[in-house]
Design a protein around this ligand. Structure first.
Ligand SMILES: Nc1nc2c(ncn2[C@@H]2O[C@H](COP(=O)(O)OP(=O)(O)OP(=O)(O)O)[C@@H](O)[C@H]2O)c(=O)[nH]1
Ligand SMILES: [Mg+2]
Length: 219
């Protein structure tokens, strides 16, 4: 079951009144069990850390203003399936514009799962023709340094080798980390959209030129 919830001061509409069009971004939050997917999501939505979240899968819509524009986030806080660990469904892949992959710095198995999910996303998106996929890898529970089993370097290297963003945060300790993760991902989504448009634009020019020159040759 996926629960739908709305937060934020604005209602969803395609166009902000009188201003530039509203930016919409669908964000999928993935990762192993108990790594803090819900803690990160709820921190971003409410600025609070409430400790226990249950394991309910939810989709939240949250409206904010960023860089003078209205932004509507839809955030799908997933629950890791024990049957198909590391697997991301076609439905989730089609829905999402950007991905947050969470692991716990105290849980190596969760880091390995994040690696698997990252590869799964990259492969499936590539097959679908997408070149740049906005992904941020998040090492959570940074406050638990004494229990750390995954070094910052390992996280950074994995992100670097897969062209992803990377942050280590503590959803328990600060709001700032969650804020930076979601806004950085939003920037990546916007960049990928504009580079996608450029590619389509160039393809369009090439098509029209070949149509013109192709026709002339046969005339
Ligand atoms: N110390 C510490 N604990 C955290 C942090 N983030 C989450 N937790 C705790 O980790 C546990 C799991 O957090 P959740 O946010 O429910 O994790 P989840 O990934 O959504 O878990 P599932 O939905 O059940 O897969 C809870 O007891 C949280 O209080 C953190 O940054 N530091
Ligand atoms: Mg959860």
């Amino acid at each position: 079951m996926v629960v739908q919830l709305s937060t934020g001061s604005h209602q969803t509409s395609k166009m902000s009144e009188g201003g530039p069009p509203k930016v919409e971004a669908n964000i999928l939050v993935l990762g192993a069990e108990k790594v803090g997917k819900s803690a990160l999501t709820v921190r971003f939505l409410t600025r609070r850390f409430i400790g226990e979240y249950g394991n309910i899968e939810s989709v939240y819509t949250h409206s904010v203003t960023a860089g003078g524009r209205d932004v509507c986030f839809s955030i799908w806080d997933t629950v890791c399936s024990q049957v198909r660990e590391g697997w991301v469904s076609e439905k989730q892949l089609r829905w999402a514009n950007g991905f947050i992959l969470v692991y716990s710095i105290c849980d190596r198995a969760s880091f390995n799962l994040a690696r698997q999910q990252l590869q799964c996303i990259r492969q499936l998106k590539k097959r679908g023709g997408s070149e740049k996929v906005p992904v941020i890898l998040v090492g959570n529970k940074r406050d638990l340094q004494h229990r750390r089993t995954v070094s910052s370097e390992e996280g950074r290297l994995l992100a670097l080798s897969t062209d992803s963003g990377f942050f280590e945060i503590s959803a328990a300790e600060t709001y700032h980390g969650a804020l930076v993760v979601f806004h950085e991902l939003l920037d990546m989504v916007r960049d990928s959209r504009s580079s996608g448009k450029k590619a389509v634009g160039i393809r369009g020019i090439v098509r029209s030129m070949s149509a013109v020159f192709g026709r002339r040759r046969t005339e």
